[in-house]
Ligand binder design. Structure first.
Ligand code: ZN
Length: 498
């Protein structure tokens, strides 16, 4: 006889089939689809979203969950039921009318945002931001504020289970201060040359190079693809079909390489998820912060290390020949670690990136709390940029209008970028302790020990542990910003001679 738990998993896997179909359509939309496909694709996506929502919030699923919770035996079943219960409750707590209103508002708000950004006209976007924030607060009320928490926490649970604004404040306040101080010190030193990233290199060769780096990292091209898109991302349907993208400029190999290593890091996580648990929580990634830790680990801890450039230097020479002949390993390493405070988050370097994120978290929290009005947002943004990064914001296009997130209703999302950074430093330090001579392996292009460690300590667990617990199990301690800070200081101080 089929148990309730088995039927529950069957239904859950059906929802995953629908969702992963939408993922492939969405990949296609970003990479291959001609402009003429837009309208029909929107209808396809809307129908798939409706079908998966109906199934994932059905009464039948609720009944199966209730019975399974009583029957569940064994660690796997207990973990799957716990996570499915959590998803089901969050999905069914928000009334359908509010879900629909949010979907329609954010779809229109995104258009308004794109136009406002192009015109650098915050006033045109402000009423839409007000609407999105209003609906987000309503949604947070429905979802329920965690005990001792605030409205923002209820929204952030979508992206990082267990993340709380109050604990982020404790983590981010000293981080902001220490990073600002480091960045100011770096600003008064002589920067390394950037001439490597100003070289014009044929895009076909760039593509061959980044493709071979992704392959060396262990990204499996039999179970994945690398294509081009305006904004690099990682998508796909499941561990056997992972789609990553990158982008190329004639004169910025560093950007293509960093983007590729970043997305391939996400891709390795997806390819490393458990095949046995496909379509269930134990076969899914646990949070955006942990996902981002996997991308940043490869992009920064590997891709900006001296050992990596000792390996990559001859690879570059065999791909690009004479064009790269007069760049030695120390110069390539220093260029990869160039720090330049700037206005745009997505173009930021390793040291300044998290300052962009902390600013967004502080402002967003104040907006949700009602401590800051949208009318005052541009001024507050610009002030924070002077304070944190020492840069003057010339217009809202390069200021508070630069990110798409708020127009999509993604409130509570930004901090996961920095959590990813902090987790990545802790995971890398733990891997260094566990793998003798990790640097030597990297210098020889042997990335398998590192990938294997990540597979065994992060990827294979799916959602079995909370992000915090996963970090503690893998590294021996909970979230700790000091590991990142000391890694960054010990790398950058010698580069800048400070
Ligand atoms: Zn990422």
């Amino acid at each position: 006889m089929t148990t309730a738990y088995e039927t529950l998993l069957e239904r859950t896997r059906e929802v995953h089939l629908l969702e992963s179909t939408a993922e492939i359509l969405s990949w296609d939309q970003e990479t291959m689809m001609p402009a003429g496909g837009v309208e029909h694709r929107a209808k396809q996506m809307a129908l798939l979203a409706q079908l998966s929502h109906e199934r994932a919030s059905s009464d039948e699923l609720g009944d199966l969950l209730a019975t399974s919770a009583d029957e569940a035996a064994g660690d796997d079943a207990i973990a799957n039921v716990r996570e499915l219960q959590r998803d089901y409750e969050r999905r069914t707590r928000v009334p359908a009318a509010l879900v629909a209103e949010m979907a329609e508002t954010t779809s229109r708000a995104q258009h308004a945002w794109a136009e406002a950004r192009a015109a650098s006209d915050f006033a045109a976007f402000q009423p839409w931001l007000d609407k999105v924030l209003h609906l987000s607060r309503q949604r947070a009320e429905c979802l329920g504020v965690p005990e001792g928490g605030e409205l923002w926490d209820a929204l952030a649970e979508d992206f990082e289970p267990g993340m709380r604004a109050a604990s982020l404040e404790r983590l981010f306040t000293p981080l902001r201060e220490k990073l600002s101080t480091l960045v100011r010190e770096i600003g008064s030193a002589t920067p390394p040359s950037n001439r490597f990233n100003e070289l014009t290199l044929p895009i076909e060769q760039q593509e061959a190079f980044v493709r071979s780096v992704a392959g060396s990292m262990g990204f499996d091209f039999e179970r994945g693809r690398l294509d081009r898109s305006t904004h690099p991302f990682c998508g796909g349907s499941h561990y056997g079909d992972v789609r990553i993208t990158t982008r190329f400029h004639d004169d910025n190999l560093g950007d293509a390489l960093g983007s590729t290593m970043h997305e391939a890091g996400h891709g390795l996580y997806e390819q490393g998820l458990s095949a046995d648990h496909l379509g269930t929580p134990l076969g899914s990634s646990v949070s955006l912060g942990i996902h981002e830790s996997q991308s940043r680990l490869w992009e920064n801890h590997v891709g900006r290390s001296a050992a990596f450039w000792r390996w990559a230097r001859p690879q570059l020479a065999s791909t690009f020949g004479a064009a790269v002949a007069d760049f030695d390993e120390p110069e390539l390493f220093r260029t990869a670690n160039l720090v330049r405070p700037s206005l745009i988050r997505v173009e930021a370097d390793e040291a300044t990136y998290n300052l962009h994120v902390v600013v967004r978290f502080e402002l967003e929290r104040a907006l949700i709390r009602g401590d800051l009005t949208t009318a005052d947002l541009p001024a507050a943004w610009n002030e924070a940029y002077v304070d944190c990064l020492g840069v003057e914001v010339p217009d809202d296009r390069r200021g508070c209008l630069q990110d798409v997130h708020w127009s999509c209703g993604l409130v509570g999302y930004f901090p996961t970028y920095t959590l990813g950074t902090l987790y990545s430093a802790q995971f890398y330090a733990a891997a260094e302790r566990a793998i003798p001579d990790l640097d030597g392996h990297i210098e020889r292009g042997e990335f398998e020990p590192l990938r294997g460690w990540l597979l065994a300590n992060v990827h294979c667990h799916g959602r079995r542990f909370s992000p915090d617990a996963l970090c503690a199990r893998a590294t021996g301690s909970g979230l700790d910003a000091d590991v990142f800070l000391s890694y960054l200081e010990s790398k950058l101080r010698p580069v800048y001679g400070i």
